[in-house]
Design a protein around this ligand. Structure first.
Ligand SMILES: N[C@@H](CCC(=O)N[C@@H](CS)C(=O)NCC(=O)O)C(=O)O
Length: 349
């Protein structure tokens, strides 16, 4: 089912557009072979594919400025390259079009609540660079339904969005547990929320992080509750086109720099004073005594730029989705490994 999305689907089902997709793919591959970093520098900005509006992850604020955890990844890459996190053009994409946009060269990086799966990683010409949010799929029901467990959902109508991992997970879960359901499939997440509110379905299923975000859009958020079951692994992360290892490294190490900074206690506020540190790890990280940027075509202070302009992982987590945000999501699996979580970065050395 997952394979039905993106390019695979178009090649199988559409006559004329097959050629079009093949042509854009060729262009995309040619671009991937040219150094993306050079293209981005010449253009003067990075093209970042994001969710068109997912609170906490990527969402334009009332001034039209993009904000969120996924947005901050792109801001970090721009800070490393340009010393200016605003040098990013955001391209809003829905679930179905996101991977095609990366394949065709329309964007340089996809940073849009996308689950790292084997088929996406090996069949679609893209590479995932890491996991910036460990998630899992859950269910949101109206409290009035009086359901306490997903196992009680026999016969339920379920609102789902097409082009996502969600569709297959829910089919597997209900089959495994011998429960019947009716899928009510929509193209956008807003439609799934409206579907739940209008009674088109009894339950909405999606990544848990999205349930938190979508609940804030409901007219009565308190009237909806997430069920305790988490039915899948959804490691969400950025991806790039295959064929350009330098670019792959830049995006991968932007995330790792944010994690290492949190682990070392380097923040947006204290990073300047840390430059005077005598700790060899700190001096290496900030590019004081060593140059770990050159292998990526970046300046020696690439990591300093990211932290100074955007922040460490803990800072961007708290501001966008954590306790300082309306979502108030706990760190959970996204705590650093030193705090019992899964977030772990190789060292800068
Ligand atoms: N992580 C899952 C789901 C990602 C996803 O696209 N979720 C939907 C459901 S809430 C979404 O973000 N929709 C917003 C949109 O398409 O505009 C995946 O990679 O397939």
């Amino acid at each position: 089912m997952v394979k039905k999305e993106a390019v695979g689907n178009k090649i199988v089902t559409m006559g004329k557009s097959t050629l079009l997709v093949a042509a854009t793919l060729t262009v995309g591959l040619a671009q991937a072979q040219a150094a993306t970093l050079d293209t981005v520098k010449e253009r003067g900005e990075l093209k970042c594919g994001v969710n068109s509006g997912l609170a906490g992850f990527s969402n334009p604020n009332d001034k039209g400025v993009w904000q969120g955890l996924d947005v901050d990844l792109c801001r970090g890459v721009a800070a490393a390259i340009f010393n200016d996190p605003s040098k990013v053009q955001y391209i809003p994409l829905n679930a179905k079009e996101r991977l095609t946009a990366l394949q065709s060269g329309e964007i340089d990086v996809l940073s849009r609540n996308t689950t790292w799966t084997s088929s996406r990683d090996t069949e679609l010409g893209v590479n995932f660079t890491g996991v910036n949010y460990y998630d899992g799929q859950g269910f949101l029901v109206k409290k009035a339904l009086g359901v306490a467990s997903a196992k009680d959902l026999d016969g339920a109508a379920i609102c789902i969005q097409s082009g996502t991992t969600t569709e297959l997970n829910v089919a597997d879960y209900f089959r495994k547990n011998n429960i019947n359901y009716t899928a009510v499939v929509f193209d956008t997440s807003d439609q799934t929320v409206q579907g739940l509110e209008a009674g088109r379905c009894d339950v909405l299923t999606s990544d848990l992080s999205q349930l938190y975000a979508l609940r804030t859009k409901m007219s009565d958020p308190e009237g909806a509750v997430a069920l305790p079951e988490v039915i899948s692994k959804e490691p969400l992360g950025p991806s790039v086109r295959q064929g350009d290892d330098q670019w792959f490294n830049i995006v991968k190490w932007t995330h790792f720099a944010m994690l290492n900074a949190e682990e070392m206690g380097v923040t947006k506020e204290n990073v300047d004073s840390m430059k005077g540190s005598t700790n060899p790890d700190m001096r290496r990280f900030l590019g004081e005594d060593a140059d770990f940027g050159k292998g990526m075509g970046l300046p020696a202070d690439w990591a300093y730029r990211i932290i100074k302009q955007v922040g460490n992982y803990g800072e961007i987590f708290e501001a966008n989705v954590g306790q300082s945000s309306p979502l108030k999501i706990d760190r959970g699996l996204n705590a650093l490994w030193t705090d019992g979580g899964l977030q772990y970065a190789p060292p800068v050395r």
